[in-house]
Design a protein. Structure first.
Length: 432
């Protein structure tokens, strides 16, 4: 027994330096890559928002370690710096492309689809090459070992993911659609591919798969719940989607996180911070062209929203009769206004806001409990962040005020219950 171990040890002693050598040289070759290619890769990494997932809070960029919740348990993102031992320094371009498009790591294990490879599968060869050049030659190597997932046997077995891929993974890079112009196709490529917008904005099915990966599926971008945030409907739906947003509104939102209709919060904040605010005007315009082409889908079938100030004046004049109006006047009105119109774009309107009209109240509850503090545009933090009310208001008060806001100004959205607030209070506090 001892001898066998010794034998293995000796073999390892010989094999390891060889391995390190070959890994080092893969990196060295890539480091010699064209600086323009590395720079383009850096831009594409921004489109893909790799840093948002592959960086732990206060951690080194791309060194991994961010906890992510999946239906099976907590997993941790991995080190994608070019460190040869703990990162992806040993990956060839082929290995890298396989991880990105098929969700298979260099050693052959399947990645959990928390890594958005079903979207990245659409990235074309040129862009893949540039991304690889950037990760090998433009990112500083960090030695930081990966952390095992907190998923217990048998759910931690990765081989069933092969079957998942057979059913849900659509192979092949994005193909330009004939009859659509350059901007539309560019937008479709970015939104469906590197931008992986659908990983949050498309509802997921029973196996955690996105119900559609492009506009041919009716569920595509109709809104999805992930990690306690409901990512809004991005189709042309009038009330809960982008039907009332013009190109300018949409571009302003992606560039600055706010416009006359709404402000970014929750998991959208990091998308704006790390990704869309840094994209060039042509790409932002292309994204907007594509999104604005999506016909209305989803929504509750309620009549088209129209603002009505009267709808709320009555209860605000007699707040004693309405528990929600009482909370609103005391805690919310000075920022969001008597008329519910806020002071856009600094202070978001609540009247007619698609997030307020949405049937699923998760985002509203979450933002009221936990506030927002982290939108940073051009290095400058948002001046009037939404405060957190978890320490100030109880579940019933939050349910009351949100029900009030959802009924007010003709919003016409269903009430929120204290039980729904309690549930999110518990899950979001456990995650902290
Ligand atoms: C939504 C979160 C998310 C985003 C965005 C994301 N990743 Fe990942 N990625 C993950 C997770 C989680 C894993 C590990 C999955 C596992 O362990 O099964 C992973 C694994 C990987 C791996 C395999 C390496 C390894 O050892 O596990 C590579 C390569 C990778 N990501 C590259 C990228 C690149 C490049 C981008 C940007 C274009 C990116 N990722 C964006 C979540 C993400
Ligand atoms: C990590 C999850 C996540 C990803 C990825 C994501 N979003 Fe979002 N997005 C959200 C959430 C949550 C909201 C709702 C909160 C808000 O309005 O900011 C949202 C809101 C939005 C809104 C405002 C809609 C409204 O009615 O208020 C737009 C526009 C948007 N996202 C566009 C995009 C685009 C384009 C992409 C891809 C480049 C994208 N998002 C990727 C989570 C995400
Ligand atoms: C100090 C000013 C301030 C106060 C007080 C305030 N909010 Fe906000 N609220 C904001 C800002 C600013 C945003 C936009 C997100 C951001 O940039 O932080 C926002 C966003 C929201 C949103 C999400 C709408 C969207 O699409 O952006 C809801 C819902 C909301 N607030 C509800 C409330 C409720 C309910 C109260 C009272 C309990 C309240 N707010 C009190 C400043 C405030």
């Amino acid at each position: 027994m001892k001898n066998t171990l010794k034998g293995v040890g000796a073999a390892l002693c010989v094999a390891l330096p060889l391995l390190a050598l070959s890994q080092g040289s893969a990196r060295a070759a890539a480091q010699a890559a064209d600086p323009a290619l590395v720079q383009r890769g850096a831009y594409l990494a921004k489109v893909g928002d790799c840093v948002a997932c592959h960086t732990a809070p206060k951690g080194k960029p791309f060194a991994g370690g961010l906890p992510m919740t999946t239906p099976m348990g907590q997993i941790y993102t991995t080190n994608i710096t070019p460190d040869p031992n703990t990162g992806i320094g040993g990956y060839t371009e082929e290995d890298f492309a396989r991880a990105m498009r098929e969700g298979v790591a260099k050693d052959g294990h399947n990645l959990y689809p928390a890594m958005p490879y079903p979207s990245y599968a659409k990235v074309d060869d040129d862009d893949m090459k540039a991304l690889y050049a950037y990760f090998m030659g433009g990112v500083a190597p960090v030695q930081q070992a990966n952390r095992e997932a907190d998923i217990k046997w048998p759910l931690n077995m990765r081989w069933p993911l092969k079957f998942w891929n057979m059913v849900f993974l659509e192979k092949g890079a994005y193909q330009n659609k004939p009859g659509k112009d350059v901007a539309w196709n560019r937008g479709a490529y970015l939104i469906q591919g590197l931008g992986h917008c659908g990983s949050c904005h498309t509802p997921r099915g029973i196996a955690f798969q996105e119900k559609a990966l492009d506009e041919s599926g009716s569920a595509f971008l109709t809104g999805g719940l992930l990690d306690g945030w409901f990512a809004a409907n991005l189709t042309g739906e009038h009330n809960v989607g982008l039907g009332r947003w013009n190109d300018q509104d949409l571009q302003a939102f992606l560039k600055t996180g706010a416009n006359r209709h709404a402000s970014a919060f929750g998991s959208m904040t990091s998308v704006i911070n790390n990704s869309t605010q840094g994209l060039n005007d042509t790409d932002i315009a292309a994204m907007s062209t594509y999104l604005k082409s999506l016909p209305p889908a989803g929504g509750s079938g309620a009549p088209p929203y129209a603002y009505d100030p009267q709808a709320t004046k009555v209860s605000l004049n007699r707040p004693a009769n309405d528990a929600g109006a009482r909370v609103y006047t005391a805690y919310c009105m000075h920022c969001h206004g008597v008329d519910g119109r806020g002071f856009a774009p600094m202070l978001a309107p609540l009247a007619g806001n698609p997030n307020v009209l949405e049937k699923d109240p998760s985002s509203l509850i979450n933002v009221t409990l936990n506030g927002t503090q982290d939108l940073v545009i051009g290095g400058i933090p948002a001046p009037y962040p939404m405060p957190k009310y978890a320490p100030v208001l109880n579940d019933q008060q939050i349910a009351d005020v949100l029900s009030f806001v959802r009924a007010g100004w003709n919003n016409g959205a269903p009430v929120v219950s204290a039980a729904e607030v309690a549930k999110l209070r518990k899950s979001t506090q456990a995650a902290r």
